[in-house]
Design a protein around this ligand. Sequence first.
Ligand SMILES: Nc1ncnc2c1ncn2[C@@H]1O[C@H](COP(=O)(O)OP(=O)(O)OP(=O)(O)O)[C@@H](O)[C@H]1O
Length: 258
Amino acid sequence: MSLLEIRDLTHFFGGLRAVYNLNLTLEGGELLGLIGPNGAGKTTVFNLVCGFYRPTEGEIQLLGKNIAGLRPHKVTALGIARTFQNIRLWNTLTVFDNLCISQHYLLGYGLVKSVLRTPSFRASEAKVRRTASELLELLGLNHYAKEYPKNLPYGLQRRLEIGRALSIHPKLLLLDEPAAGMNPGEVEQLIDLIRWIRTEFKLTIWLIEHHMRVVMSVCDHIKVLDFGETIADGTPDQVKQNRRVIQAYLGEEEPSYA
Ligand SMILES: Nc1ncnc2c1ncn2[C@@H]1O[C@H](COP(=O)(O)OP(=O)(O)OP(=O)(O)O)[C@@H](O)[C@H]1O
């Protein structure tokens, strides 16, 4: 069974057709890229998958279960984690606490157990802290554990946001423009990080990205949207040479594969 299957997904914002008739299958372990000019509908697709919007039409199945229209916390609980185009970290919490609080939904206790500090509460808390510590170590963020996110260099804030998504042990990780705002050195580190987390966590990853070097270096397969419609689908080499893709990008900045 495929990890994710999207069938005939369409979404309107009032009269604006943002996504039209999207079909897609994502197999476990795959790294899929979603590209297209500004306003093509990419983030809307992520928002539909994550439950931020209920689709106008269509199905989204995670391991055979229809998740279209489920609330975001339910989608997260089923194993889909994401990062955002504009980094969204809890800036009043430390780096370590950012990695703990993201796991709150995993904790199987309510107010009474937390007030009484029952053994199951303490065991869950210990597990959360252990996961956060492991991620700090794995992502090379140990030195920043007590720091506030806004004091971290930009590339490390992105890394923390990815760590926070990983903390829920997702089956599928959605990365929305992780290279946005990065300098060339940070972009190279990001490419290494994406490759590494894919292997280390045996993850399926779906990536939206404008930075063509990132897309072409890490993706197995790429889907291209323009005005909400799929205009190409294939390997990085196939997509690079596709006439419709080149035309879609010519209206704005031509993609640079450097
Ligand atoms: N909440 C919303 N309400 C109304 N229109 C929206 C909303 N969100 C997105 N849109 C519109 O839907 C279309 C698709 O937007 P979307 O953000 O999904 O594109 P995108 O491909 O992610 O663009 P970018 O690469 O610039 O982030 C655009 O025309 C956008 O203006």
